[in-house]
Each structure stands twice: as C-alpha cells, then as structure tokens.
Design a protein around this ligand. Structure first.
Ligand code: HEM
Length: 135
C-alpha cells in the first residue's frame, strides 16, 4: 500500500460502514426487525467507530501506519468484518448455511485488533505525541 494510504482508506471505509449501520438501524426501527440488532451494532462499532479511531491514530502517528502490523491489521479487519457480518446476517434471519463465516471472520478481526494493540504499544512513543504539539 503506498505511503499514507492506510489511514485514508480506514477512514473512507469507516464512513461507508457508518451509512450502512444507520440505514440498517433505521430499517430495523421502521420494520420492527430487532433480530438484526447484532449486525447493526457490529457494523457501527467495528466498522464505523473502530475503523475511524484506527484511521485517526494512524494519521496522527505515521510510524504506526508504516509498520507491517498496521498493514496486516488493515487487511484482516477489512476482510474479516464483512465475512462475519454476512454470516451473522443470514444466521439472524434463520439461515445457517453461511454460519462458518462468523468464526472465520471473527478470528480475523480478533487477530487484527490484537496486532493493532501491539503496534500502538510498540511504536507509539512519547516524542511522537510531543511532536504533534510542537509543529
Ligand atoms: C440513524 C441511526 C441509528 C438508528 C435508527 C439505530 C437504531 C437502532 C435500533 C432499532 C436498535 C435495536 C434496539 C432494540 O433491540 O431494542 C439499535 C440498537 C443499538 N444500536 Fe443503533 N441506531 C442508529 C445508530 C447507531 C450508532 C451510530 C451506533 C454506534 C456507533 C449504534 C449502536 C447501537 C447499539 C450498541 C445497540 C444495542 C443496544 C442494546 O441492545 O442494548 N446505533 N439501534
């Protein structure tokens, strides 16, 4: 991925999840389809909120974005979440034919989040934070 692309992609993808999440919430309210709450909350929290926050942190702290951990986080999160949501959507509609996608996707997202945490713990230094305020 070209330099500085990761943070922009995270933020742009997150706003797409935001739209999907609120459209689904709106549909659930109108149609009383509360069985889909599990999909709605994960799209909003893992898609919109978490990806926006990750994108902002990668923007503020380029060393974390440049790390291989940041790149692997991006791909695992962005492949795992849609797989998990697809499987969960079908399952909550009473169709378990895609159920396997839930543990597969969830494991990818879990690893993605752990790598993200390691990256921040390892590559975010006090001087990077200080540099933000000294510009
Ligand atoms: C137009 C925007 C939204 C609408 C119309 C909407 C609608 C809904 C509906 C109908 C439910 C189900 C309530 C129930 O099962 O009793 C729900 C649950 C929930 N929503 Fe949203 N939502 C919106 C935006 C968001 C956003 C932006 C987030 C988070 C970033 C969010 C997080 C949640 C959570 C965590 C729950 C589960 C609450 C619980 O089960 O206690 N929602 N929403």
């Amino acid at each position: 991925m070209p330099e500085r692309d990761g943070c922009i992609k995270f933020i742009k993808i997150s706003v797409v999840y935001f739209v999907i999440g609120v459209v689904l919430g709106y549909y659930m309210s109108v149609a009383h389809a509360y069985n889909l709450t599990g999909v709605h909350v994960h799209i909003n929290l893992l898609g919109w909120t978490s990806m926006t926050l990750a994108g902002i942190l990668y923007t503020l702290f380029p060393k974390t974005e440049a790390s291989i951990l940041g790149k692997v986080h991006f791909w695992l999160h962005n492949i795992g979440l849609p797989l998990m949501m697809l499987g969960l959507f079908f399952l909550l509609q009473g169709n378990n034919s895609l159920e396997l996608l839930i543990p597969v996707g969830a494991t990818m997202v879990l690893i993605a989040v752990i790598l993200f945490a390691i990256n921040i713990l390892k590559n975010l230094k006090k001087e990077d934070v200080q540099a933000l305020f000294n510009k």
